[in-house]
Ligand binder design. Structure first.
Ligand SMILES: Cc1cc2nc3c(=O)[nH]c(=O)nc-3n(C[C@H](O)[C@H](O)[C@H](O)COP(=O)(O)OP(=O)(O)OC[C@H]3O[C@@H](n4cnc5c(N)ncnc54)[C@H](O)[C@@H]3O)c2cc1C
Length: 294
């Protein structure tokens, strides 16, 4: 088992992590590794792979992580895991398999309701909230590193920002080692929320999740799904590059690098890049930040 999150965030000045998703096809996996070769040159502190709705990609998630462990020995990895459609036995079986291949960390999530459903429903013998998953994981694998999701602009289903924060505290109290945030494009939202987390007694590392914009269409789709807002200035700059793909990518990378630069001055413990299995924009940002390339 590689390094766990608690040690990663304790030992490094700035821990950099990359989040991938499991491609649907073998060709997609090959393509992913071409991009990952470029990204690994930045020597990330760990790499994560998401877990598809309803566990649809669970085999692929472990396949991708196993390949990463074989190709880049020594790099710590994390598997995302959700409660969707899974009994506690299913969850335990997945975690046992993950640990067996060398996964030392889990990003523990409730997951979204399956397509066509508006409300999350736990299956019989399953779990209802991220906090229950964290407690369950701590019970079966005490040594695992565990991260949970945090929402600077409030989770889309939350009854109020205050309630959402209380539930985040529950996840941390259940045993999470770190909080990784939903993507956001306005640092003020993050910083205000981080202050509230501190006031609520959340003391684990809070790591901003950054998704460098690739195109206006992409970011509008993503932000409408997760409820994050797009600042007017960023929107205008992207619109000014309408029809120019490379121009939009540059605008997105510039905005992201500026965001991270500002957040570094605010003492963030790390940065988690949603790389979406492509290297160009995250590489631009990493270079702009002066991250060393091997
Ligand atoms: C870093 C990150 C990675 C992600 N990776 C994946 C992935 O790999 N696969 C995937 O499918 N999705 C992923 N997601 C999306 C995530 O599954 C959704 O945002 C999901 O809707 C919420 O998951 P959660 O664990 O944050 O939920 P929870 O913390 O359980 O919260 C869900 C909602 O319930 C409320 N709530 C929490 N606890 C209680 C309680 N005890 N009583 C009443 N209400 C409560 C909260 O306020 C919130 O509105 C990721 C999100 C983030 C931020």
């Amino acid at each position: 088992m590689g390094a766990v999150l608690k040690d990663i965030y304790a030992n490094r000045k700035l821990a950099v992590s990359f989040e991938l998703f499991p491609p649907k096809s073998d060709a997609g996996v090959d393509g992913l590794f071409q991009h990952l070769d470029v990204l690994m040159a930045f020597q990330p502190d760990y790499v994560t792979c998401t877990y598809g709705a309803g566990g649809s990609t669970r085999a692929r998630t472990l396949e991708v992580l196993e390949k990463i462990l074989a190709k880049y020995p020594g790099v710590p990895v994390a598997s995302h895991l959700t409660c969707v459609g899974a009994t506690q036995d299913d969850l335990a079986a997945y975690v046992a398999q993950a640990v067996e291949i060398g996964v030392g960390n889990i990003v523990a999530l409730r997951g979204d309701p399956p397509k066509g459903e508006t409300e999350f429903q736990a299956v019989e013998g399953g779990l209802r909230y991220g906090s229950e998953l964290v407690a369950f994981l701590r019970g079966i694998q005490p040594a695992l590193g565990i991260a949970v999701g945090g929402y600077p602009e409030t989770h889309i289903e939350a009854v109020s920002p205050e309630a959402d924060l209380d539930f985040l505290k529950q996840k941390v109290d259940a045993g999470a080692d770190a909080v990784i945030t939903q993507l956001f494009y306005d640092n003020e939202d993050f910083l205000r929320w981080r202050d509230k987390c501190a006031a609520a007694g959340i003391t684990v590392p809070i790591v901003p999740g950054m998704l460098p914009v690739i195109s206006l269409g992409q970011v509008q789709r993503l932000t409408s799904m997760c409820g994050s807002k797009l600042p007017a200035k960023l929107l205008q700059r992207l619109e000014a590059q309408a029809g120019d793909e490379a121009g939009q990518l540059d605008v997105g990378a510039y905005h992201c690098a500026r965001q991270v630069e500002e957040l570094l001055d605010e003492g963030i413990p790390g940065v988690h890049f949603y790389v979406l299995n492509k290297s160009p924009s995250t590489s631009l940002v990493c270079r702009a930040l002066g991250l060393q390339q091997r």
